[in-house]
Every structure is written in C-alpha cells, then in structure tokens.
Design a protein around this ligand. Structure first.
Ligand SMILES: Nc1ccn([C@@H]2O[C@H](COP(=O)(O)OP(=O)(O)OP(=O)(O)O)[C@@H](O)[C@H]2O)c(=O)n1
Ligand SMILES: O=C(CO)[C@H](O)[C@H](O)COP(=O)(O)O
Length: 440
C-alpha cells in the first residue's frame, strides 16, 4: 500500500499529499468527488485544560497539537483549502506554525468569541459573496475541531460523500456513560435510554450552501450558546444529517491528560517501523543480521527492514522507508565519525525530522575481553557532543555497545538485552537519553 493511502496508519509526510485511492476504497469508484474545503475552529482558550497556552498550541513531542490535525487533513488530496480560525492575538503564532511545519493549503480567518462564531468566520472566508474572499466556494465543507488530531481519510471521505447526498453528515460514537437530565433541585429528572443516543463528534460535513445559510439565519442565542452544527442545519436549512460511526481516536483533546494520551498514540504510530543500516566494512554484518532477527522476535508487530551502508553513507536513501523515524546503525569496531556524520546529514536533508523526532541508535559490537569497555567508550565520546548538535534538528542520537562474546548463549543474551534497549529508546523517544552510551 502507498504510504498515506486510505487505511494506512502511518503519519503523513510534510510534502505533497499521497492519498488518492480514497474513492476506490469507498466502494464507489465511478463517483465524481465534489469540491471540498475544510474549516477548523481554533480560537478557543482551553479553559478545561488549565494550562497557560490554548490547547491547540500545546506541544506534543515539541510540535503544536494543531499541526498534527493540519497534517491529517493535508494528507488528503481532495481537500483543497483549509481555513483555520484563530484569535487576532494568536495570528502570528499560527503563521509561524504554518511556515515551520510546511502546511501548504492553510488560510487563516479571525476567530470569534464562541466556537460557532469562529466557524461562521471560517465559512465567510470561503463564501464568494464576501468582499476580499480569495478562496473559491466549495460544494462541500468539512468542519473539524483543531484539537482532534487523529482524523483519518476514510471518515473524512464518508462524511463528505454523505453530505453531498444528504446535505449534512457527522461522525458519531456510542455513549460510554448514560446521559441523565437533572432538575433544578439537583436531583434526577429522567434518564435517557443509552442505546438510542449517540455522542456527536467531528468531523462533520455539509453542502456549503446548507450550512452557510443556516449560520446566516441563526439567532445570536444559537451563536452564543449552541454547540452543534448539525442542529443548525436541521433547524435553519431543514436538513437532516446522516450519522456516520467514527473511530475512538476521534475524541477531542480537552483535559491535560488528553495530551499524554495523544502523545502516546503518536509515539506508538511512529514506532512501527525500524530501518537497520549495516556496515559491511568489517565482520559486523553477520552479527548485525543476528540483532535484526532478535529485534524481529522481540518486537513482533514492528516492521524491520535492513540494508547495507556503502562507505560514505550515500546509499541510505535507497534503503530508508519513505516515512521511517527509527534507525539502528550497526557499525564496525573501527567505524569512524565522518561516516556517521554523513549518514546523519542525509537524514537531516530528508526533512523527516521536521514533523517527528527521529531516533538513531549507533550500535557497536565489542568483545569486552579483548578491548576494555572504558577504552571503547572513550573512543566514542564524540557521540555526546554530536548528539547535542543533531538534537537541534530533532534527531535523537544514542550509542549502544553490545557485548560480543564467543559463546552463542551469551551472545544471544546480549542481543536480547540490546534489542530491549533499542525498543525502549524508540518507544519512549526520551530526549534525556541523547548522547548516552548504553551497554548491553
Ligand atoms: N471561541 C472559540 C471557542 C472554541 N473554538 C475551537 O473549537 C474547538 C472545540 O472547542 P473546545 O474543545 O471547547 O475548545 P476550548 O473552547 O478551547 O476549550 P474550553 O471549553 O475548555 O475552554 C477547539 O478547536 C477550539 O479552539 C473556537 O474556534 N473559537
Ligand atoms: O462535538 C462537537 C460537535 O458536535 C463539538 O466538538 C463540541 O460541540 C464542541 O463543544 P465544546 O466547545 O462545548 O466542547
């Protein structure tokens, strides 16, 4: 499957989007796609999160949350424009995010004091009747909260196509708790039947005219206190939304603990592939492949590919996966600094680390009996300074020395321990460990 194609859980790359199989995957290959744009309300202050920064700008692995949501939308080729509504105060912050993370289809609109007002302003930026409108009016508009980063192409496609057919559509999830109605005295008034109710989530999609007219007609009370766009379409445009079951990952980052949950989902996703780079210079290739075997056994859900590094490191492009964020470089005992430096500069140029921290583990095999550990560590001290340097480019570099004894059983134990250390470095992406020389 092409990276970024429908159903592919890998994170998208910053460059041109790669999806395209979407309509075919929807089971309607002959269907023409309507023109689609998206509006992302991002003008809230994140009161419930309780941190100083609005949650859409809170960092996850050092990148603002909203950039993950934008990336999820930009990987979908058929979404032409993405209008983000941000407060005047945060316009500069947002412009810098767009530039730094290379978001190419984003336009900014000014947010309002409520979510509905922010969405309305975003829609106005797409409505050709508005003076100074630079964007063209789409047939279908997707509305998606800036703080729901894990939206996939399949649900975006389902709501967009359902909106084209029904006028409005929205993602739903089963309720996890029963909803009750309380009376003024703080007692139970009545309980709703859980099986017949659903949680309304995002994304939602609308025929542009349906939702724009609804916003134009709705009351100040709706704009001030309303929380449901589907309801506006029903009330003011007489349009009954089609409800589409979404995945659990569509949840809205609301509380502080949601940031940790989002971080662990992202870490999980970018740990699914490891690229092993073998140095053929010395007798390390064999033991490198043994390490690969052990890694495959220990991390049985992780895809591991390997290739050999030509001297000068130039062949790395041929062996890297298009979006692999983890590299294990198996070096010969005499492998030297310039080669590693060249390898790292190829990684830096690949722009992989713009979006995610890239983990690089430099592995050295060593017979502790013939070369004292201290001596070997001393010869690798350059890793500490070099790691600080590449950290500035979001590359997390560490060294790992694996004991290479002659007997097979001890070798297997060292390899197992080495594999466990590699797995921990990749899964945790702990910047505190950069430059460390670990020993297995
Ligand atoms: N005046 C507002 C208020 C909210 N939003 C956006 O609407 C989405 C969902 O709203 P919510 O989770 O309520 O965000 P906040 O209002 O920021 O959170 P809180 O209610 O905890 O303050 C968020 O992307 C938020 O930035 C917006 O664009 N304009
Ligand atoms: O799920 C939603 C729409 O159905 C919205 O994300 C939700 O209504 C936003 O509400 P709030 O700003 O109160 O969190």
């Amino acid at each position: 499957m092409e990276p970024g194609a429908a159903g592919d859980s890998r994170p998208a790359k910053p460059g041109p989007c790669v999806s395209g199989a979407a309509l075919a995957a929807s089971g309607e290959p002959g269907r023409r796609m309507p023109t689609v744009a998206a509006v992302l309300p991002a003008g809230g202050c994140g009161e419930r999160m309780g941190v100083g920064t609005p949650k859409q700008f809170c960092p996850i692995l050092e990148r603002p949350l909203i950039s993950y949501t934008l990336q999820a939308l930009e990987r979908v080729c058929w979404i032409k424009d993405i209008v983000v509504a941000v407060t005047a105060e945060n316009m500069g912050v947002m412009e810098r995010i767009v530039q730094k993370y290379q978001h190419t289809r984003v336009s900014l609109a000014e947010a309002g004091v409520t979510r509905h007002r922010s969405i309305f302003n975003g829609l106005k930026a797409l409505a050709e009747d508005e003076p100074g409108c630079k964007l063209s009016k789409p047939q279908v508009v997707i509305i998606h909260d800036a703080v729901r980063p894990f939206v996939e192409e399949d649900i975006l496609l389902q709501v967009a196509l359902a909106a084209e057919e029904h006028g409005a559509a929205g993602a739903i999830r089963p309720l996890v708790s029963t909803v009750i109605s309380a009376s003024a005295d703080g007692c139970l008034d009545h309980s709703l039947e859980r099986a017949t109710h659903r949680a309304s989530e995002m994304p939602q999609a609308f025929l542009f005219d349906v939702i724009y007219e609804a916003y134009q007609q709705c009351s100040d009370y709706d704009l001030e206190f309303g929380t449901e766009c589907l309801q506006l379409a029903l009330k003011y445009s007489d349009t009954k939304a089609k409800l589409v079951e979404g995945s659990p990952d569509l949840w809205k980052v609301t509380y502080k603990r949601d940031l940790s949950a989002a971080e662990s989902i992202i870490k999980e996703r970018i740990s699914q592939e490891i690229c092993m780079v073998m140095d053929t210079k010395e007798d390390t290739e064999r033991v490198g492949y043994l390490l690969e075997e052990v890694l495959k056994k220990e991390l049985n859900n992780v895809k591991i590919v390997s290739g050999v590094r030509s001297h000068g490191g130039r062949d790395i492009q041929q062996i890297t996966l298009p979006q692999c964020y983890n590299f294990v470089c198996v070096n010969g005992a005499a492998s030297d600094f310039p080669e590693t430096q060249q390898l790292l500069s190829v990684l830096e140029q690949s722009s992989l680390s713009i979006l995610y921290p890239v983990v690089v583990v430099l592995v050295y095999f060593l017979d502790f009996k013939s070369v004292p550990l201290g001596q070997k560590m001393e010869s690798l001290m350059w890793i500490r300074e070099f790691a600080k340097e590449v950290k500035k480019r979001n590359i997390l570099l560490c060294g790992l020395l694996i004991c290479y004894p002659q007997d097979e059983q001890t070798l297997q134990e060292s390899l197992k321990q080495g594999a466990a250390i590699i797995a921990a470095l990749i899964k945790d992406r702990n910047p505190g460990l950069i430059g460390q020389l670990l020993v297995a």
